[in-house]
Design a protein around this ligand. Structure first.
Ligand code: THU
Length: 126
């Protein structure tokens, strides 16, 4: 799937986000090694710390389907241009990506592609 379509999926799923507290919707769509796609949105909780981010929701679905390698992930928020993943999500993406993985965000009408080495330099691995 091309990155425009991957981003369209992220935009679509961002509409499903459950965000009664922050009203900050996020959608993510993961493209895996076997060219499958998995979408996720953020969903919040009255106990705020239990909120699940869109990226981790999408990655969880990919993992549950047996996928282990992320080729690309598109992330979108209608609330913010250049909606890059939070620190926790960067670490989770890092677990399933390599240095070639594209992390795609939207800035106006354009897509911007980051690498994990830029977003999480000197990342922790075992
Ligand atoms: N959020 C995400 O879904 N992904 C991120 O990478 C950053 C934050 C969500 C969590 C919360 O529901 C809202 O955005 C505001 O923090």
């Amino acid at each position: 799937m091309n990155y425009e379509d991957l981003m369209k999926n992220a935009i679509e799923v961002s509409k499903k986000a459950y965000t009664p507290y922050s009203k900050f919707n996020v959608g993510a769509c993961v493209l895996t090694e076997s060219d499958k796609t998995y979408c996720g949105c953020n969903f919040e909780n009255a106990s705020f710390g239990l909120t699940i981010c869109a990226e981790r929701n999408a990655i969880g679905s990919a993992i549950a389907d047996g996928e282990r390698k992320i080729k690309a992930i598109a992330i979108y928020s209608p609330n913010q241009d250049n909606c890059t993943p939070c620190g926790a999500c960067r670490q989770v993406i890092s677990e399933f990506c390599d240095d070639n993985t594209d992390i795609i965000v939207k800035i106006g009408d354009n897509l911007k592609v980051y690498k994990i080495t830029e977003l999480l330099p000197e990342r922790f691995t075992l």
